[in-house]
Each structure stands twice: as C-alpha cells, then as structure tokens.
Design a protein around this ligand. Sequence first.
Ligand SMILES: [Zn+2]
Length: 125
Amino acid sequence: MKKNSKDCFCALCRSPRKLRYSRYLSGQHYVQILILTVAITAAAFPWFAWKGVGVLPLVWAAFESIHKSLYRKDLKCPYCGFDPKWYKKDVKLARQKVEEFLKQNPESPILRRSRTEETTTSHLN
Ligand SMILES: [Zn+2]
C-alpha cells in the first residue's frame, strides 16, 4: 500500500513540505482501535467478561490524542518553525514562535533567502 503523504509548501518560508499525517484518523487506525479493543477485552475477559468492550472509547480517545499531537508536530515547519495552527489562533504568538525558532536555529535556510519572502504570511486566511 502506498503511504499517503501530502505535498505542500510552508506558508511562511515556502519550503517544500511533506505531511505524513492527515487531520483525521484513517480506516487503518480504526482497524487498529478495534483490534486493540478486542485484545484488551479478551485479556480482561476472566474479570470483566463483555464489559471489557467498554475500553473502546478510551482506546479511541488515546488514538485521537496521539494522532493529533503527531499531526501538530508534522504541521510545524522544520525550516522556520511556522505553525499554521498557532497562526489561526494567535498571529502574534505564531510570529513570536517563529522568531524564537530562528534564534535557536541560526542555520535555518530561510535566513539566507531574501527578506521580502517574510511578508508572505499576509496571504493566509
Ligand atoms: Zn517554513
């Protein structure tokens, strides 16, 4: 099966990006959730019998939160530290985060590019 990664460009520095994680869980994840729930139910069967199926929402929630954090990490640009999620929430904070990132990563390729590209954030939203 082909691994689905999305090609896109960073909104701030225009570096080519590859997003490995999508916003939502895929069918494969739901299969894993089901298998895990069945395994836990089987393992706990002597004590809980069919009540073990009740772990399904917990397993689901765990998958969702892990997946979301991976997605968030993936979303952040590795070259300039730009995070579109923060940008939507708080532009000032997003800008601050990028500045901090660039301070910590003076070797970032975007610092070697022309200054005019920094204004590209205005095209968002
Ligand atoms: Zn970037």
